[in-house]
Design a protein around this ligand. Structure first.
Ligand code: FAD
Ligand code: SF4
Ligand code: SF4
Length: 623
């Protein structure tokens, strides 16, 4: 027993050995574990490969997932599902709630019904021409239906899925094989890097205060040592980023492009005419830089939302309000009016694609999925590609196991990276590589560049030089130059600070955006969306996973985009000029990582905020 005033003894860090440890359970790990788990036992139940850490037993494979349950992420998606179908011969979408084969695809260019969006002269001219010729065009409800979906964007033969439901189904298949352990609610804090080799992972400490210092019930995160560490932790994964910091990126590669995807799952009104499997993509509104999507599931349900890219240079942007203006566009509202919010969420999309590729393999580790640069930034497809990388790694791992070869960089490159390079994914990733560069120089050039790249197989594209978001953001005064006088912005800023409300909201009101007509069902406040739609959870005893690295930089910062851009309103103005972070509202979207306007001192590449591994977040499998 401790004497009063004496601190309790600190428990030792425990260690566990496995053969393969996997970080994150998204589609990439789904493809990996589905393929691997089927090959570990013979028909008589004896091991195909004997475990090196538990002699006599089959290979010991453990996967740790940060979220409270497999599939508690976010994303209603449409996917060509080539690699997914290949993994499940005879695949029947009816087995998975909310899955539907694609039945129709549309792309619509939304005009601005309010006159408030910031459009370039070229776009205003295009809008005027469309309005003038609307009688002769496929024009309806203030939008132009593009007469044709370019082949590179088509998803026919594909599937509309709820990733939450799909990953729960995959999880049950994987665990049903009886050869893999899947641990949700278990964030991995860091890779164990020893003498240039990854020797496993360290789980997150529990029973700590907000700064990570031991507190009541302290339990140091366990070390899981393994011959192979598979990192599939997604677009902003802390483990993948630590590997990048340690090993660097291959020469010429960089991760500068991101988008926040904010979405809802909506019970459509009973009168809906939208058939399951309908896919609608939009562009042009609420701001020209913002893209939208609406996918229809069976049972009168739809997943819908917007992407706000990092090259949209508004220094005080709030995706939630844009999402509501987008839903209220007459082209969409005719389908949504009378609907009810069922679920809400946000998540980052890594938009550097093939050019953001890290080292795919090293001694003792391999990278899969979006964090490994697999997302195709031309076709807007990430799930099929992530799944494919997992399958390719599993096939490579099985090849090495059969040959009795260790998981060295050289062997993993020959067995995994070679498979990836020889696949459709690499070919399509190369075509997409420069497709979005034009957006660095404006929306019209960006769209034109995408079209060029898509229609010429990547041979032509519009040039542009992506820069990290924090190096391109203007001040609020610069952004609104000629529209809102600097003195008025200063007044708005003071007033918002005094009332504790968003500057972005006030700026939008001033720029002419109408108020949102809240209906308590679908058009609800951001806080209600968090509580009712996101059902956010934050278990006690974990450190803050969002950290303002250099408080002095925050104190001097005049472009506090981290506050307005926070998807969960978890970052607010704090004492002494340093923002405050509320873990209980954080949806783990990772947007703060790239929505900081200042470089971290000593680094031109990273900003003044860190997004570390953390527990909790969205608590809904409907996404
Ligand atoms: C709103 C939105 C819409 C999208 N729409 C489409 C679409 O229509 N079609 C399409 O193909 N793609 C779409 N995407 C992209 C697609 O979702 C991704 O490309 C895909 O999910 C990537 O899979 P992944 O397995 O690599 O990563 P993720 O799906 O991000 O999975 C990574 C997993 O790792 C876990 N994790 C992270 N860090 C840790 C840690 N430290 N410890 C333990 N676990 C950790 C995460 O919780 C997560 O479950 C969309 C994305 C968004 C945000
Ligand atoms: S985190 Fe970045 S954007 Fe936010 S106040 Fe600090 S320096 Fe500014
Ligand atoms: S604090 Fe949380 S909710 Fe806010 S931007 Fe960062 S990760 Fe997203």
């Amino acid at each position: 027993m401790n004497e009063p005033g004496q601190s309790p003894p600190t428990p030792d860090r425990q260690s566990l050995s496995a053969d393969i440890v996997c970080v994150g359970f998204g589609p990439a790990a789904g493809g990996f574990l589905t393929t691997l788990s089927r090959q570990l036992l013979k028909a008589d139940g004896s091991p195909v490969f004997e475990s090196a850490v538990a002699p006599g037993l089959p290979l010991q494979v453990i996967c740790y997932e940060r979220a409270d349950d497999p599939g508690f992420g976010v994303s209603g998606i449409v996917t060509p599902a080539r690699s997914i179908r290949a993994s499940f011969p005879g695949f029947d979408p009816a087995q998975i709630p909310m899955a539907a084969p694609v039945t129709g695809e549309k792309i619509a260019y939304l005009l601005d019904p309010n006159g408030a969006s910031r459009r370039s002269p070229a776009l205003r001219l295009a809008d005027a021409l469309i309005r003038a010729g609307r009688w002769a065009l496929p024009f309806e409800h203030q939008a132009l239906n593009l007469p044709w979906v370019p082949p590179f964007l088509r998803k026919h033969d594909g599937l509309v899925l709820s990733m939450g439901q799909f990953m729960q189904w995959v999880g049950s298949q994987v665990m049903g094989a009886g050869t893999v352990q899947l641990w949700p609610s278990t964030p991995v804090a860091a890779p164990l890097i020893e003498n240039g080799r990854v020797a496993g992972v360290r789980l997150l400490d529990q029973g700590v205060d907000r700064q990570g210092r031991p507190a009541a019930g302290f339990l140091p995160g366990m070390d899981i040592r393994a011959a192979l560490t598979v990192v599939g932790d997604g677009p902003v994964g802390a483990v993948g980023r630590q590997l990048d910091e340690h090993f660097g990126l291959p020469p010429g590669n960089r991760q500068h492009d991101w988008a926040i995807g904010m979405k809802m799952v909506v019970d459509l009104p009973a009168r809906t005419t939208l058939a399951p499997g309908t896919v609608i993509h939009t562009l042009g509104y609420p701001e020209p830089e913002i893209f939208g999507f609406l996918y229809v599931h069976p049972g009168n349900l739809a997943s819908l939302g917007i992407f706000v890219p990092s090259w949209f240079d508004h220094p005080a942007r709030t995706a939630y309000r844009y999402l509501q203006h987008w839903m209220l566009h007459p082209y969409l509202w005719r389908h949504l009016e009378g609907g009810t919010l069922r679920s809400w969420g946000a998540k980052t999309l890594q938009e550097s694609g093939r050019r953001g590729e890290p080292h795919l393999a090293g001694d003792g580790y391999a990278r899969i999925g979006e964090g490994s640069g697999s997302t195709n930034v031309l076709t807007g497809s990430g799930v099929d590609e992530a799944w494919a990388t997992g399958v390719q790694l599993a096939e490579g791992v099985l090849e090495l196991l059969r040959a009795g070869k260790p998981f060295t960089r050289e062997n993993l490159e020959a067995a995994y990276v070679r498979r990836r390079r020889d696949s459709w994914m690499e070919r399509e990733g190369r075509i997409a590589e420069n497709a979005r560069d034009g957006f660095q120089r404006g929306v019209v050039r960006g769209l034109f560049g995408m079209g060029l790249a898509g229609l010429t197989g990547g041979r032509l594209h519009w040039r542009g030089r992506p820069t990290p978001p924090h190096r391109r953001l203007p001040t609020v005064e610069q952004y609104y130059a000629g529209k809102i006088p600097a003195a008025e912005i200063a007044r708005l800023r003071q007033d918002c600070a005094a009332r504790g409300v968003s500057l972005h909201g006030a700026l939008m009101d001033r720029a002419g955006w109408p108020a949102i007509p809240f209906d308590g069902k679908l058009l609800v406040s951001h806080q209600d969306a968090l509580l009712r739609g996101g059902k956010v959870q934050a278990p006690a005893g974990y450190a803050d996973h969002v950290v303002f690295l250099h408080p002095a930089v925050c104190q001097q910062c005049s472009v506090r985009v981290c506050i307005d851009a926070c998807s969960g309103q978890a970052i607010t103005p704090g004492p002494g000029g340093v923002p405050a972070f509320d873990r209980e509202k954080c949806v783990h979207c990772g947007a703060c990582l790239w929505n900081c306007s200042q470089p971290s001192p000593g680094s031109q590449a990273s900003a003044n905020i860190d997004f570390r591994a953390g527990a909790g977040g969205l608590h809904s499998a409907e996404n």
